[in-house]
Design a binder for this molecule. Structure first.
Ligand code: PGA
Length: 243
């Protein structure tokens, strides 16, 4: 099965920085069994979309949004709607990222609405789930993830990708053991199947880089990765894709 490798640039890169990245990155030859999704800040969606299409890379690389408002239009100063994302051929939108929960109070109610609005527009949500370090150490990961999945997928249809992102692994250099990552990814698939009766693709995210990608991306139950810091450098991101 084709692996999905997602670059989450977060609040990084202007158009000119994106151009430097894309020039180098798109010069590389990719493995054929990999789909790359780049999630730039919304200010660079237009530029990245144009660049990918003008240079004929749309077969290999697709665009994703880092966030969307749950409302389709209206008086929501500073927000971005699904219609705005659609203008730029966005194929995926990240939802429920731990940074959005921490800094912007994204909760289950909002996440459900966002997933609905994304799916109604034929775009695929990438739902992030993950436990704290305390919860990991106390072996509560499965319980926490089940709650998050059941809470977030109430109105969802089967067109959804789940990213397992332990909160304590995001941007820290810390990672769960390989065995724990694999069994958690397996558990997520089983939990969604049991509760919602559909199959999902599962990604791992959190301190993934070119050094650990080889062993993580060959785990039995993994379908891809969500990469933050290590996706900002074209060479580093390329090495992850080739892993
Ligand atoms: P990181 O971030 O790779 O920098 O840990 C991952 C993410 O937040 O998606």
């Amino acid at each position: 099965m084709e692996k999905l490798i997602v670059a989450n640039w977060k609040m990084n890169k202007t158009d000119s920085e994106a151009e430097i990245f894309l020039k180098r990155f798109l010069d590389y030859e990719f493995k054929t069994n990999v789909k790359v999704c780049i999630c730039p800040p919304s200010t660079s969606l237009n530029f990245v979309n144009m660049y990918i299409h003008e240079n004929d890379y749309s077969g290999q690389v697709v665009l994703g949004g880092q966030n969307v408002n749950e409302n389709c239009t209206g008086a929501y100063t500073g927000e971005v709607s699904i219609y705005m994302l659609k203008q730029f051929n966005v194929k995926y939108v990240i939802v429920g990222h731990s940074e959005r929960k921490k800094y912007f109070f994204e909760n289950d109610d909002i996440i459900n609405k966002k997933i609905s609005v994304i799916q109604l527009n034929d775009i695929t949500p990438i739902l992030c789930v993950g436990e704290t370090h305390e919860e990991y150490k106390n072996k509560l990961t499965r319980k926490i993830l089940a709650n998050q999945l059941i809470g977030a997928l109430k109105c969802a249809t089967d067109n959804v990708v789940i990213a397992y992102e332990p909160i304590w692994a995001v941007g820290t250099g810390l990672l769960p053991s390989l065995a724990d990552i694999d069994s958690t990814l397996h558990y997520i698939k089983q939990c969604v199947k049991q509760n919602f009766n559909f199959n999902v693709q599962v990604l791992y995210g959190g301190s993934l880089n070119s050094k650990n990608a080889g062993e993580i991306l060959t785990l039995e139950h993994i379908d891809g990765a969500l990469v933050g810091g290590a996706s900002l450098d074209s060479e580093e991101f390329y090495k992850i894709i080739q892993s």
